[in-house]
Ligand binder design. Sequence first.
Ligand SMILES: [Cu+2]
Length: 157
Amino acid sequence: MKTHILSALILMASSPAIACESTSIGDLSVVGPWSRATIGAGRPAVFYVAITNGGASDDALLAISTPAANMPMLHETIVTDGVASMLHAMSIPLPAGQTVQLAPGGYHGMLMGLTAALKEGETFPITLTFEVAGDVTVNVAVLSLRAEGPDCGTDGQ
Ligand SMILES: [Cu+2]
């Protein structure tokens, strides 16, 4: 048992550190943008990030764009009677003083029409358009196929 725990610790220590990029624009903090590697370019990729609105007024994420995909969209996963379906989100509300996660099972970016497969360890730029704060471009870390997100410290999941 002791050996088992020890080898698990060594595995964790030897895996490459995943950057948790944080970018500010106006009252917004855009933290830990990430995606998953794709097997090819024929299927859509995902885009996840946490956005904190530290200001006193509401904002909203209106759109995303990236040279990595021809048709990036905002989606929301809704579970009805145990069946998950994805709806197009016209915008994602960012209430004052709150953090909104684009994360598996909820709001997310869907990158349709990839220009190339996403490879683990790469990054690509994505531009987020906010209703109030304007545009900001961040670098998205491409994690493994089964990744659950970068290690962003205590505020991650
Ligand atoms: Cu989707």
